[in-house]
Write a protein that binds this ligand. Sequence first.
Ligand code: NCD
Length: 308
Amino acid sequence: MPMLKGKDIVSIKEMKEEEIEAVFRVADEMVPIARGEERSDLLHGYVLASLFFEPSTRTRLSFEAAMQRLGGGVIGFSSSAGTSVEKGETLADTVRMADGYSDVIVVRHPYQGAARLAAEFAEHPVINAGDGAGQHPTQTLLDLYTIKKEMGKIGGLNIGLLGDLKYGRTVHSLAYALARFRANLYFISPDILRMPRHIVREVERYTRPYETSDINEVIGDLDVLYVTRIQKERFPDPAEYRKVAGSYVIDLDLLRRAKDTFIVMHPLPRVNEISPEVDKTKHAKYFVQAFNGVPVRMALLAMVLGVR
Ligand code: NCD
């Protein structure tokens, strides 16, 4: 029985370590197909419903590329404009329809808990592509995959998560997964954007994170720095956003104080938190990371559909 067949991927917490490792093994096999060097019709005849109620570039395009690279079809929308949601249709009804038209559903929504709700109404597997400030499990899979490929391991590394730890869903999923893989965690954020306490408590079952607002204090210790954008759209008060906008800028001066093997990651989009001069350095891994979204999502789609 294929390991993930028929499963919903709503939170990374629900995936076992051996399931995550299995996704990485299948992703490795997918790389030549993701690059377009080999062709595949592994998912020929299958249809993905791609329901994006919130802006996305990488997540949506890499899911759709993943499905099409494997010979599958894609239906869906990239904003609720032009759909019956504008007429007042509920998420539950939209999902029930998509469920009837497809074999697997990917959903991104501004409300936390939306993917869980979708999974309750769909017979087919539902994959969470980001629910408000909640979780973003497929981003975590590609983040872990990238760290493992670039550094050869996850356990024992000193990994800093920097920026908007309060509203950033990528770091909510990632912190938990990194702790489980026994990384040493550093949470670096402005005071008002610290990691929510319920996530810190969960992380503390495995490791004690070091919390600071000063990147200079820890830069020399880190093997990996995961930078995030301040999530402007989630601030209830624009004045609060203005207080913390531009809190951190990763530049060459900072990199000079980092280890030789140090890498910088970012889920993207970036605004100004990584200076473009960093892109050309050997430390910059965010574009490789974005590419890794394709083989990882190919693996996940093939696995929940039960063909791998
Ligand atoms: C992130 C997201 O949507 O949570 N982007 C992504 O999926 N790569 C990060 C962000 O928007 O800052």
